[in-house]
Write a protein that binds this ligand. Structure first.
Ligand code: ZN
Length: 205
């Protein structure tokens, strides 16, 4: 099970490289393609039928390529997002990598005129995935599409990092005054409170 504390599939993706800023090596939560499929299923970007279809049809080589593509997207996002939190403009290479992923995502969609089944029942134009759900890279393309929307919107300035060290997980701060401090109050909030309590306790001895 993935901890989806980020509140946005793209931030949850970045958080799948756990402990990325501690001194020891980080923990890879996407060790294989199956893990990527589980992540996609749990974060709601693929339905169970789509996961089953990919699990049974994707060949090992294509799965390995799709996994490394998803991780490449993740790391470019991490570079840009953590940099932005520290007021550092992103390196050109990270921007080019994101551009490549955003364009790939767009190239696999088709413009359609949809008569029925729209959210308000009115016909309209929509982008649809056409043949993409059969491709190993489908989850990465969906994530890249969502990442493009996030990075080019005002929501970018709502991306924040957990203050707990070494957590630093990203989350979308939807609180009114941008005051959220923890990825997850139950885990990191309590951990930091306990640490402060211990520090006070130690100081008083
Ligand atoms: Zn945290």
């Amino acid at each position: 099970m993935f901890d989806l504390s980020g509140g946005h599939p793209v931030l949850d993706l970045v958080n799948t490289l756990d402990h990325r800023f501690r001194d020891e090596p980080p923990v890879e939560l996407l060790p294989d393609y199956e893990a990527l499929l589980s992540f996609a299923r749990q974060s709601g970007i693929l339905d169970p039928g789509q996961v089953r279809a990919l699990r049974t049809s994707v060949k090992p080589q294509a799965a390995a390529r799709a996994l490394s593509s998803a991780r490449e997207l993740r790391e470019a996002l991490a570079t840009v997002l953590y940099g932005n939190l520290e007021d550092r403009p992103p390196p050109a290479a990270a921007v080019r990598t994101l551009e490549r992923h955003f364009l790939a995502s767009e190239q696999h969609r088709e413009l359609r005129w949809q008569e029925t089944g729209t959210s308000d029942g009115q016909p309209r134009m929509t982008w649809q995935w056409s043949g993409a759900p059969k491709e190993a890279e489908f989850p990465a393309w969906i994530l890249a599409g969502l990442a493009g929307q996030l990075m080019l919107s005002d929501a970018l300035q709502r991306v924040s990092a957990c203050e707990a060290d070494p957590c630093r997980w990203l989350f979308l701060d939807t609180s009114k005054n941008h005051t959220r401090r923890w990825c997850n109050m139950k885990i990191c909030g309590n951990r930091m409170k306990a640490r402060r309590f211990q520090a006070r306790h130690a100081a008083g001895r």
